[in-house]
Structure formats: C-alpha cells, structure tokens
Design a protein around this ligand. Sequence first.
Ligand SMILES: [Zn+2]
Length: 289
Amino acid sequence: MENIKHILWSGGWDSTFMLCKMAREQNISIQPHYMILKDSKITFIELKRMYIIRKLLKEKTDIKAEILKPIVHKAQSYNEIDEKILKSFSNLIRQYRLGAQYLYFTYIANKFPGIALGQENYYRKPGKMNIIIREKGNIQFSEDGVGYLPKNIDSDIYCILGNYTFPIFQLSEMQMLEMVKEWGYEDIMKYIWFCYEPLDNQPCGICYTCCGKMSANMFNLFPDKALLRYMIYKELEQKDKKLSKDFVDYFLHNKITKNKNIFKNLLKQEFSREIIIQRIKKCLDSNIK
Ligand SMILES: [Zn+2]
C-alpha cells in the first residue's frame, strides 16, 4: 500500500470517527499525527486511549486501511513559527477568536498538505470554526464528499486553514452517532477522550468540551456522576446564571465559595441514570426555544 493519507488525530470524538470512517472505506495507509499542546495529564490520557483504539481497530474485520503508529509532534515556541503564519493567525483571532491549537496545527498542515481535519457539521448551533469554514472559507466538496477551501478566499484564512481537507464536514455529531451504532463501533468510540478538566481520571461533565458532548446527546460517554453534575449545572443556570458559574468554578477551579455546602448537598442526590438524562434533555430543549 503506497497511498498514504495523513490525518490529525487527537483521540477525541471527531478525529477518531474520521479515522474509523476512512479506515473502513479506503484500502490505504493512514498516518495519524498528534500534537502535544501542553504537558498535562490530558496528553497522557489521550495517548493511552489512542493506543487502545488503534489496537481495537486492528481487530475489526471490516477495516480496509492500515493504520500507522501516530507521529507525535510538540507545539513549537512562538519564535520558531513563520512570520507570515503568525501574522495571519493574529488577524484571524482578532476577528473570530479561533482556538490557539490551529496556530500549531498549521506547522503540520504545511508539511503534509491535504492532511485531514476532523471538523464536523453543527447540530444545535454552529461553532466558530464551522462559521469560518462555511461562510468565509467558502468550503467546496469533491465528488466523494471531502471538503476543501478554494484558493480565492481571504488570504489569512487560506494561510491557516487552506492546507486541510475536511472529510466529515457534512456530518453532525448526531449523524456520526447513528453511523457508529450502525457499524457496531460503540466499543471503540467509548475510549475517545474529550474532557479538559478530568475529575478522578473521568470526564467532568461541566467543562467546555463536556458541555458540547452533552448538548449533542452523547450521554453514553459519561459516568453517572458527570451526568448528575451537568444536570445540576443546567438546572442552576435556568434559575441563576451566576450561581451556575460558581458551581463550575468550585468543582473545576477549586474556587472558594459560600455556596460550597449547597453544591455538595446537590451532588449527594440520588437519581437513576434515566431520570438524570430526562432532566438534562428538558434543560437542553428549553435552551433552544
Ligand atoms: Zn470535562
């Protein structure tokens, strides 16, 4: 197999789904790239999970591709990054508040043009990246549904995002979830990692990325405790936004608060998993209205 396709793989939902989809459909070699963005316990958890996922994928009989061992990159320091890239990136964050990781990813994308990025379609509302790629990047699709950005777009956007391909841009997390069920890949996808603030090495349920998974109804990825934490957070949010923020700051950032005991007692409540999910869905539905 000479045909090698490069992908950015973080061990998260989107990029892992993309890896599975490509590996099922194409008789190629897939070279994953992983970027260490900060030295943290998250990097360790992610790499460990990716090792498990790759091993499980090898055992699947419907995988056509050979998945190579991920190449691990370390984020460069600012003075090692090309002037032009820094300039384009600072122009972009001024307008769109793009995530800092894209600055470092550009280094890999320039080395491996056409590298696949696991950016998905939106479900409840579009995120920053989705808006940039769709509206300013004028994303186009090849016959096989893979997205790419044409050259005649804003030069800063092209500089930072022009070297990627987007194989899953037309799929929302809900659609991916359906496909995973259809393939029978839940056993693999349960090893993905997404949480930035793990509590006892488990997803917290209330950080930015956990909230994203919750609002896409991906409750299977969470232990009961994280679901309860999220339910309380959402119900507090409906009554008192400040109190809900306090709740998150207390659990994720150890912030001192006079509401500490209230929060602790709320977490002592016992509900079945089904009831918790029902109450979460109710909060999420009232958010859209
Ligand atoms: Zn989290």
